[in-house]
Design a protein around this ligand. Structure first.
Ligand SMILES: Nc1ncnc2c1ncn2[C@@H]1O[C@H](COP(=O)(O)OP(=O)(O)OP(=O)(O)O)[C@@H](O)[C@H]1O
Ligand SMILES: [Mg+2]
Length: 285
């Protein structure tokens, strides 16, 4: 038997080397959400990938949503589920459920998986170490309730945790009076990335990236500049709108690159970071 396969594997490692060198010691913020969070096999792959990042010397910080699961629990409780411009309309009961699902269930699930794959992780939400201070977000004429936008990030707690652990952040927070708000996880990831000076923020989602036509996978926009995104953002609908707004916020906040990747594609994170192959949408300043 000839050994084409080992040679190819070594090729992959050699291809990764310049990236590993360049990224060593640098912080990458990964927004984890959508369908990649609902499939068990993908959750395992995700945990393995993030652990690998830490082992090769990057500093990963995970920020997660959990939209589908929040919706599932709300439905089980007979609650009304409603979105305006991609943001969940949130009364006090909705925020209570969202916080329980995100902090109590999703966050610990990710923390456990990372731990099992070999890197201890610590879960926190905006309340911990005063990470986020939020205020009510206004969405035009419609009152969407307790949806908060991040007013301030105190990244101190993240720096402490990241020295030894992988921080895993659930996207809820409270205002100065202690009222809890649902925070869009894309916005939370962008705010964290800017506050910690990340070199990249990566949004894992359930589509192949930002598409010119939302329903056509072939219309993927592979690259765009900050100005191009700003121009097109008003025409966007659904969950891609807050995601691109978050990309703009991250880039404006000093993060050099934002990526939107297909979380359904196993190891999309590693492909993006360590190979020459460009996948998904890349946004740059
Ligand atoms: N132009 C577009 N290109 C791609 N997807 C789009 C576009 N416009 C709307 N979408 C929708 O945005 C969705 C992704 O956002 P969504 O908020 O649903 O998921 P997420 O942000 O990954 O997860 P979560 O909100 O749970 O954190 C896609 O599933 C798609 O239906
Ligand atoms: Mg979303």
């Amino acid at each position: 038997m000839t050994s084409a396969r080992p040679t190819r594997d070594v090729g992959t490692i050699l291809e990764a080397l310049p990236y590993i060198k360049r990224f060593h010691g640098r912080t990458v913020v990964i927004k984890y959400g959508g369908a990649a969070m609902t499939d068990d096999a993908l959750k395992e792959e995700f945990a393995r990938d993030v652990v690998l990042l830490k082992y090769v010397g990057l500093n990963p910080i995970v920020v997660h949503g959990g939209g589908p699961d929040i919706t599932a629990y709300m439905t089980r409780l007979g609650m009304k589920v409603e979105f305006v411009d991609g943001l969940r309309v949130s009364d006090a009961d909705t925020v209570e459920v969202a916080k329980m699902v995100l902090v109590g269930k999703q966050n610990k699930d990710i923390v456990l998986r990372l731990g099992r794959h070999g890197q201890p992780a610590v879960g926190l939400c905006g309340d911990d170490g005063r990470l986020f201070t939020v205020r009510k977000q206004l969405a035009g004429a419609v009152d969407i309730g307790f949806v908060g936008e991040i007013e301030r990030v105190d990244a101190d707690v993240l720096h402490h945790i990241a020295e030894d652990y992988i921080p895993v952040v659930a996207s809820v927070g409270a205002d100065v009076d202690g009222t809890s708000y649902n925070v869009n996880a894309d916005a939370a990831a962008a705010a964290v990335a800017a506050a910690v000076g990340a070199f990249k923020v990566i949004f894992l989602t359930d589509v192949n990236g930002w598409r010119a036509d939302a329903d056509d996978p072939d219309s993927l926009i592979a690259q765009a500049s900050l100005d191009e995104v700003r121009e097109r953002i008003a025409a966007l609908q659904g969950g891609m709108r807050p995601k691109l707004e978050a990309c703009v916020a991250a880039l404006e906040g000093g993060v050099p690159e934002a990526h939107i990747l297909d979380g359904r594609l196993p190891h999309s994170l590693l492909l993006e970071l360590f190979t020459d192959q460009g996948i998904g949408t890349k946004l740059h300043r």
